[in-house]
Design a protein around this ligand. Structure first.
Ligand code: DI6
Ligand code: FE
Length: 401
């Protein structure tokens, strides 16, 4: 697209400014190439912008494009049968221990070829893009053998080539112990997971390393071995921690300088402090809380009190969060976790960028990527308030409409 000046807009810049939402009334945004050249009040625009073609936004709201910083959007099959079982009383952990849960998706993902995984994932990706999402984090973790993990990561990269979206991949080989290693989690970590991480890194397939630290998955000691291997490669780490119980995973991840710790329903004060000191982002996943009918909410007040940045994501996965709406996740973060609408929007923009270690997106500021969402609403709180309504007017990705 040619360079453009967006005019007649309200900007929720989400830049830290002391004003709620970093709001700018009667605002404009100048885009040159892929980047934001200027943003501010129209009355204060520099004279040199007069030469740009302008586009009148009719008073609409402009936010940074949304960022879904935690998804398992590449996966084979579905788990609608387990949904029915849970409604009849089986717990998520019961199903997992009986060989269902994550392992049933592992079987479906291993059996699927790359093209079919891509096609299944694109339907979900397109739904997110339709809501103004421009960056999606995608995890592996349903392969759990070298070839199937690499297959998932290749599919994730292909999504970024097939659609106007930025994909950040995370290697989640430590998601569950595969059936062929049942009872031998240590051997799986040392002889499959770490070597696969090294192979995936060598071919440029991973941007971060993730794990599932939980009674039904891996211990903090096992995850720490994986993180040591990640750190040796210079790859950032993040962790599914304290989702179903408190194993001290978030504090362990913080010791490795984790970019994020995610879920956190059972996080304690020591975990909050460790995250605050390390600058680790707390990623809230209310879709999983809702689906599992969890009753313990993450410690939002303590996270807020310690100024731990909070992000919000869909956790889009076939088991615990079959959710492909980041706007709905924002609504749930407010209603279920009592986050404010401003925190929810920061969680899907500025803090989501930080959870991915990205410094060039997530706010509307000069020099950042021109990834923007234009909405048919007047005030940014409306984005979290409605349920099942999509007010997106247009999305701009790297300056292109
Ligand atoms: N926690 C989750 O909520 C997802 N993974 C994880 O570690 C669920 C994955 C699944 O149930 O398929
Ligand atoms: Fe997850």
């Amino acid at each position: 697209m040619s360079d453009v000046l967006l005019t007649n807009a309200t900007l929720a810049t989400m830049a830290p400014s002391g004003t709620p939402y970093g709001l700018v009334e009667d605002g404009g945004v100048a885009i040159r190439g892929e980047r934001i050249a200027w943003r501010g009040r129209m009355t204060e625009r520099p004279a040199e912008l007069e030469s740009l073609q302008s586009r009148d936004l009719g008073g609409r709201l402009v936010t940074p494009a949304l960022i879904d910083c935690h998804t398992h959007i590449v996966h084979g099959g579905d788990r609608a049968g387990e949904f029915a079982m849970r409604l009849e009383g089986a717990s998520y952990e019961d199903i997992a221990r009986a060989g269902g849960g994550i392992l049933s998706t592992v079987a479906a993902t291993r059996a699927a070829d790359e093209d079919s995984l891509l096609e299944q994932a694109l339907a979900r990706v397109d739904t997110l893009l339709g809501e103004g999402v421009a960056t999606i984090e995608i995890k592996s973790g349903y392969g759990l053998d070298p070839e199937s993990e690499l297959k998932m990561l290749r599919v994730a990269r292909r999504i970024g080539a097939e659609r106007p979206v930025r994909v950040q991949t995370s290697f989640l080989g430590a998601h569950a112990v595969p059936p062929e290693y049942e009872g031998r989690a240590d051997a799986y970590i040392d002889t499959v997971c770490i070597p696969t991480l090294e192979a995936a890194h060598k071919t440029g397939l991973i941007d971060a390393v993730d794990g599932f630290c939980e009674g039904i998955a891996f211990t903090p000691e096992q995850i720490a071995r994986l993180f040591e291997a990640a750190c040796a490669l210079g790859v950032p780490v993040k962790l599914h921690a304290e989702q179903l119980s408190n194993l001290g995973g978030a504090a362990m991840a913080a010791r490795f300088g984790a970019v994020s710790a995610d879920h956190l329903e059972y996080l304690d004060e020591a975990g909050v402090t460790a995250m605050a000191e390390a600058g680790t982002v707390a990623v809230m996943l209310p879709g999983a809380f809702y689906t599992l009918r969890e009753t313990q909410a993450p410690p939002i007040e303590a996270l807020r009190a310690h100024a731990v940045p909070m992000a919000v994501a869909t956790d889009c996965n076939p088991g615990s969060s079959p959710l492909t709406s980041l706007l709905t996740a924002m609504n749930m973060a407010c209603t279920l976790f009592r986050m404010t609408p401003e925190e929810a929007l920061a969680g899907a923009t500025r803090n989501a960028a930080r959870a991915l270690g990205l410094s060039d997106t997530g706010t509307i500021e000069a020099g950042k990527r021109a990834d923007l969402a234009i909405w048919n609403v007047r005030h940014p709180a409306e984005l979290s308030y409605r349920i099942g309504f999509n007010p997106l007017h247009a999305r701009i990705f790297g300056g292109a409409a």
